[in-house]
Design a protein around this ligand. Structure first.
Ligand code: ATP
Ligand code: MG
Length: 373
């Protein structure tokens, strides 16, 4: 069986470090190691509209931003198909058929949907006024449309962050249900989570559980150097670490979670001077030594933050440089999206034909039914 990847992002803003470690960095590796037959990367504009219906301009403007982030992070359009969801109308038709295979109650149990409804402030009742608006039906159903996105490409592997686990499980249930009712037309996908625990769900700079565009606690891939440094300096750390001499906590401290996600031993040779101060200085060779000192006390947050800012800026600099180049020719980026969308639509069309055949609603191909030759 062909090994196929489908994954993507909502164009609700530029991409941030959470996207990078949760999925984007992995995609670039998988593209370059060549273990997959096809890789589809979707800019999920239709999904973004499910909770931005009154702000389509935001979604429209962010399509190119996400595409720029993809290409500058190293996705190569010669190796992957980057496409816009709404340019593949077959996905909508698949969603419509899958809706019959999922109950309202099953969707209500989906923990990510529950959490996101809360986060967005959709109320449980809808009294018809603007200040008590309930959950849009489209938003409630987006796990089903996500199942359509994945299965349309017969994806075997979906590299995403941990928040997407319930979505992939829902998709697998839809596939099993479809195949048992109509016959085996669909492929059950596997989730591919980041192997580094810090990357499963990168926290926000404010210490909240998840870095998320909707929470405004992000460091963006395209943030300039000074902005990254400023955001790192303002980061939440261990609130109990008041004096430099106090023992500090590493667990649940986002500065250390970011270091777990980005720091490599080689960074100590290059940025070790961040730990050299007037009053105290340290010679660390790896992150474990930094953590041990922080736990023992005597290591100030500012030194650790300066080091983190250096590590992040080192990671982001090549991405920023590629972005500056790509921004000089935006029509070329749109052309990548157009070509990717054409390939995606052809692929999804084949699956849709398989689905219609399995469901026996491909009437005009059925001469037994119609008597047509
Ligand atoms: P929104 O607030 O609009 O939902 P988001 O920041 O949650 O945006 P998505 O577009 O929903 O981003 O997520 C795209 C992909 O990035 C998914 O695979 C998701 O798992 C991953 N991802 C997003 N945020 C993080 C994070 N903080 N840590 C790890 N992975 C993440
Ligand atoms: Mg999200």
């Amino acid at each position: 069986m062909a090994k196929i990847i489908l994954t993507g992002d909502r164009p609700t803003g530029r991409l941030h470090l959470g996207h990078y470690v949760g999925s984007l960095r992995r995609r670039v590796e998988l593209q370059n190691t060549g273990g997959f037959d096809e890789i589809f990367i979707m800019i999920a504009d239709a999904q973004a509209l499910t909770d931005n219906a009154d702000n389509p301009e935001k979604v429209r403007q962010n399509i190119i931003q996400v595409a720029l982030d993809y290409l500058s992070a190293g996705l190569d359009p010669k190796k992957v198909h980057i496409f816009i969801q709404s340019m593949v109308p077959q996905l909508t038709e698949l969603t419509f058929y899958y809706m019959n295979l999922v109950t309202v109650q099953r969707l209500q149990r989906n923990p990510t949907v529950k959490q996101e409804i809360k986060l967005r402030g959709f109320s449980e009742t809808d009294d018809g006024s603007d200040n008590k608006a309930g959950t849009p039906v489209g938003f409630f159903c987006y796990p089903i449309s996500q199942a359509a996105d994945i299965t349309a490409f017969k994806a075997t592997t979906v590299p995403v962050g941990e928040d997407q686990e319930p979505m992939i499980e829902q998709c697998r249930e839809i596939v099993r249900k479809f195949n048992s009712v109509y016959g085996p037309a669909l492929v059950e996908p596997e989730i591919l989570l980041p192997d580094n625990a810090a990357c499963l769900r990168l926290p926000g700079t404010d210490g909240k559980a998840k870095m998320s565009k909707s929470l405004g606690n992000c460091i963006y891939l395209s943030d300039p150097e000074e902005e990254v440094t400023r955001k790192v300096k303002g980061m939440f750390t261990d609130p109990g670490h008041l004096q430099v001499s106090d023992p500090g906590k590493v667990e649940g401290n986002p500065v250390f979670t970011y270091l777990d996600a980005f720091c490599r031993d080689e960074h100590f040779a290059r940025f070790g001077s961040c730990f050299q101060g007037k009053k105290v200085s340290f010679e660390f060779r790896n992150l474990e030594e930094v953590k041990a000192q922080y736990r023992a006390g005597g290591l100030g947050d500012m030194m650790v933050k300066n080091f983190l800012a250096a590590v992040l800026n080192d990671t982001l600099e090549p991405i920023r440089q590629r972005r500056a180049e790509l921004e000089k020719d935006l029509p070329a980026v749109w052309e990548v999206l157009r070509e990717g969308s054409e390939v995606a639509a052809r692929t999804a069309q084949k699956t849709l034909e398989d689905v219609r055949k399995a469901m026996r609603i491909d009437y005009f191909n059925d001469s037994e039914l119609t008597g047509l030759q």
